[in-house]
Design a protein around this ligand. Structure first.
Ligand SMILES: O=P(O)(O)OC[C@H]1O[C@](O)(COP(=O)(O)O)[C@@H](O)[C@@H]1O
Ligand SMILES: [Mg+2]
Ligand SMILES: [Mg+2]
Length: 339
């Protein structure tokens, strides 16, 4: 009988890795786990409760908010507010930071950036969706919180993770010492360690991009897609195209099977579509910790200095060999173009 290790037990156990830890980060991860269970409960019965469809509101991205976007946002913020370890939340669903000034969190030193519900276009059609979170420590504890303390580079993350609400519900996270995955066992209501020390294959045969935008892509990306589709058995090509349309689910698949997820600039999204602070940085931290790579075609995602809360970036993330091939095409094309 394999020993069941719950998320709570694992977090406490791993706390020993951090000599100065006082349990605050552990409690913060616990709070996120609790909110994930509550959101999971609604996702699982979405068709039976009034949680499908549009909320009739728009967020700062100009995107229509889904009822589940708003519900998930409320659950995570309320768990972080009552948990007491978080002093400010930056959420996809709020224009500005939410400063948590409750008596329990007065001395809280953690900052959470969150995409409460990722893959909104898949909510109503019962396809995997997720939650993505990124955690930073305050840089100037004691003083009034300033936006600069939120706009830290991805390299400064102390933890990051995602929840995937799919055929099973999993929580995958890192604190900079490897990546571990936990599956929710509904019979005991606990996330249990199911994927210890996750490693992404160095190479793969899956490419993941919304080819419907092909005409809008930079030439280098178009050339890479053509490269993937060439018949050449020695290099396992043509590769397999897989695109779920929920970043969490596409990146999770590639983490397990190998592959590359691409969301480049397009003529409709000249900066890229996906958000640096609560989509790209946390997933880049996880994939790097699992032995993969994440870039914007030129720079390491984690080295980008954020300027705004909701700024976007192009992203190429996954197996090292595949991401480096994408970079080759992007940089080659660009260099040739300017000569
Ligand atoms: O429909 P597109 O343009 O392919 O975009 C899909 C991408 O947009 C997203 O849905 C954006 O995230 P949100 O759903 O959190 O806004 C990603 O999960 C996904 O990878
Ligand atoms: Mg998202
Ligand atoms: Mg979202």
């Amino acid at each position: 009988m394999t020993k069941v290790i719950t998320l709570g037990q694992f977090i406490i156990e791993k706390q020993a890795d951090f000599p100065y830890a006082k349990g605050e980060l552990s409690r913060l991860l616990r709070d996120i786990g609790i909110a994930a269970k509550i959101v999971n409960r609604e996702v699982n019965k979405a068709g039976l409760v009034d949680i499908l469809g549009d909320n009739g509101t728009t967020n700062i991205q100009g995107e229509g908010q889904k009822k589940l976007d708003v519900y998930a946002d409320e659950q995570f913020i309320s768990a972080l507010r009552s948990g007491g370890e978080c002093c400010v939340v930056a959420s996809e669903e709020h224009d500005d930071c939410i400063f948590i000034d409750s008596h329990v969190s007065r001395n809280a030193k953690y900052i959470v950036c969150i995409d409460p519900l990722d893959g909104s276009s898949n909510i109503d059609v019962n396809v995997s969706v997720g939650t993505i979170f990124s955690i930073y420590r305050r840089t100037d504890p004691g003083g009034p919180i300033r936006l600069e303390e939120v706009l830290q580079k991805g390299t400064q993350q102390v933890a990051a993770g995602y929840v995937i609400y799919g055929s099973s519900t999993m929580l995958v996270y890192t604190t900079g010492k490897g990546v571990n995955g936990f599956t929710l066992d509904p019979s005991i209501g606990e996330f249990c360690l199911s994927h210890p020390n996750m490693r992404i294959p160095l190479d793969g045969t899956i490419y993941s991009i919304n080819e419907g935008n092909y005409v809008k892509f930079p030439q280098g990306v178009k050339d890479y897609i053509k490269y993937c589709q060439v018949e050449e058995p020695e290099t396992n090509r043509p590769f397999t195209s897989r695109y779920i349309g929920s970043m969490v689910a596409d990146v999770h698949r590639n983490l397990i099977k190998g592959g590359v997820f691409l969301y480049p600039t397009t003529s409709s999204h000249p900066q890229g579509k996906l958000r640096l602070m609560y989509e790209c940085n946390p997933l880049a931290f996880i994939i790097e910790q699992a032995g993969g790579k994440a870039t914007d075609g030129w720079r390491r995602i984690l080295d980008i200095q954020p300027q705004e809360l909701h700024e976007r970036t192009p992203i190429f993330i996954g197996s090292i060999a595949m991401v480096e091939k994408v970079e080759e095409f992007i940089q080659l094309k660009t260099v040739a173009y300017f000569q």
